[in-house]
Design a protein around this ligand. Structure first.
Ligand code: NAD
Length: 355
């Protein structure tokens, strides 16, 4: 019989902890993939998993992604992630968040948490009442870095889309460039607003149709159905909702020469990066282009630990380095014939000592 920890998703995780607190009803998983570069840093996801085993897969894949993301962003942090398993009614209580905070505290700094899907700033404030290993907390002044990472993630993706348009289409600006955006929440909505400012043409889709329509009205864009957005003929397809959307069927439907967006774990399987390259589609590796949020929360965390204010311009400067990293990956991919996702993985693995 093969040991379950030799399954690919485990990928030599340093720590995988199941947290159960029957009193509050908390069930959570905390995963730390690598602490080679520093404490495992990555957000907490609050999600209902009809099949509980999928929560473990999510935690493992997301925490490895954080190892790669933090390394490629040049941050002194390792990779970790937590998943809180929501019940069918998705009830989130202060008691649950307190129990989760205690579990993070017990790891004594090995894991630093922040927001992810289903967790907001107020939730992080509740967790911070039990542990100091928290980031993404509200900030006082408008020039202080920190708080909700969504707008910073959007900023990095905007820069990344501009770099992709330059690399693939030879255009210096996104004016008139048609971008189809899947998911118009915190990240997708932010990306749409930044692109609209530059005169990009937008097609938006969200399972919350009202949200997509309101944003389309605000930005003079169009809408597509959630089922139709991947097949829209455009210059850039920007996935900002769910992971694993780039599978055999999804890739076959794409009518865009570029895929660049913020969703985590966009490639359903490892070979789908190669499949995109074979179709001539330029791919911006997700954990490189969507690092803006973790750059912000990490700088906020480190500044707070040193008792210093954190200047938002320092965060912006670091986020502005994302296009250069993407360029390095694409250039290496162009010269070696290895797809960009694999080039990025190799770079990240080297940085975390797992080449
Ligand atoms: P969000 O919950 O604010 O927005 C997600 C949006 O996607 C929602 O409006 C939702 O209705 C929509 N959606 C869900 N399924 C959809 C589907 N099938 N088709 C179209 N729309 C759909 O979340 P967010 O913070 O914007 O995060 C979006 C993605 O980016 C997630 O994959 C997240 O893991 C990733 N990400 C977020 C951050 C961050 O800072 N928030 C950082 C890195 C990566």
């Amino acid at each position: 019989m093969t040991a379950f920890w030799t399954e690919p998703d485990y990928d030599d995780h340093e720590l995988v902890q199941l947290v159960r607190d029957p009193e509050s009803g908390l069930t959570a998983i905390i995963a730390i993939h690598s602490s080679h570069l520093g404490p495992g840093a990555g957000g907490t996801r609050f999600w209902h998993y009809p099949v509980a085993k999928d929560a473990m897969r999510d935690a493992l894949r997301l925490s490895r992604g954080m190892s790669y993301k933090n390394a490629m962003a040049g941050l002194p942090m390792g990779g970790g992630k937590a998943v809180i398993l929501a019940g069918e009614d998705r009830t989130k209580t202060p008691e649950m968040l307190a129990a989760f905070g205690d579990a993070v505290a017990a790891l004594d700094g090995k894991y630093v948490t922040a927001e992810d899907v289903g967790i907001n700033e107020a939730d992080m404030v509740a967790v911070a009442e039990r542990t100091r290993y928290v980031s993404g907390l509200p900030v006082a002044g408008e020039n202080d870095a920190g708080g909700d990472p969504g707008p910073f993630t959007a900023m990095g993706i905007y820069h990344g889309i501009r770099a992709a348009v330059q690399h693939k289409l030879g255009k210096d600006s996104v004016a008139g460039v048609h971008v189809a955006i899947q998911g118009t929440g915190s990240v997708g909505g932010g990306v749409a607003r930044l692109l609209a400012r530059d005169g990009a043409k937008l097609t938006l889709a969200d399972i919350n149709a009202d949200r997509a329509e309101a944003l389309a009205r605000e930005l003079d864009g169009e809408t597509a159905t959630p089922d139709g957005i991947m097949g829209v003929a455009c210059d850039v397809f920007s996935p900002n909702a769910l992971g694993a959307i780039l599978d055999d069927e999804g890739i076959a439907r794409l009518e865009a020469p570029i895929v660049a967006g913020g969703a985590n774990n966009q490639l359903a399987r490892a070979h789908h990066g190669k499949m995109l390259a074979e179709r001539g589609i330029l791919y911006a590796p997700d954990y490189v282009i969507n690092a803006g949020g973790i750059i912000s929360v990490t700088m906020e965390y480190l500044c707070r630990r040193h008792g210093e204010p954190c200047d938002i311009n320092e965060v912006r400067k670091r986020i502005a380095l994302i296009p250069g990293r993407l360029e390095d990956i694409w250039r290496e991919s162009d010269s070696s014939g290895v797809s960009p996702d694999m080039v990025a993985d190799r770079m990240a693995q080297t940085l975390i000592g797992r080449a």
